[in-house]
Write a protein that binds this ligand. Structure first.
Ligand SMILES: [Ca+2]
Ligand SMILES: [Ca+2]
Length: 101
């Protein structure tokens, strides 16, 4: 499956980032969790609703309003970024996450 396109190391990183964002541990990322994560990472600019909607339109393939881990991986493969896709969360957050690792 698409999951095999990323290496185990990248998968471990992605899972770690996913777990950081998924604060209620239901295995899916909500828009509120992304917003809270941005604040946690010190983002000074709030994420715009339109940006979140755009990301959700790209990644939320089953349209349940939440992004699952598999949807993150699929979006990453689809848009050619093997790491956390930049389109999935605000770019500044991704940069900070990359800095953390
Ligand atoms: Ca969650
Ligand atoms: Ca979904």
């Amino acid at each position: 499956m698409v999951v095999s396109m990323i290496t185990s190391q990248e998968e471990a990183q992605l899972k770690a980032i996913f777990a950081m964002i998924d604060t209620n541990r239901d295995g899916k990322i909500s828009k509120d969790e992304v917003r809270a994560f941005a604040v946690m990472m010190g983002s000074t600019q709030p994420i715009k609703e339109e940006e979140l909607n755009m990301v959700w339109a790209l990644a939320d393939t089953d349209k349940d309003g939440l992004i699952s881990y598999n949807e993150v991986v699929e979006a990453g493969n689809k848009y050619g970024n093997k790491q956390l896709p930049q389109s999935l969360v605000d770019q500044t957050i991704v940069q900070k996450v990359n800095f953390v690792f």
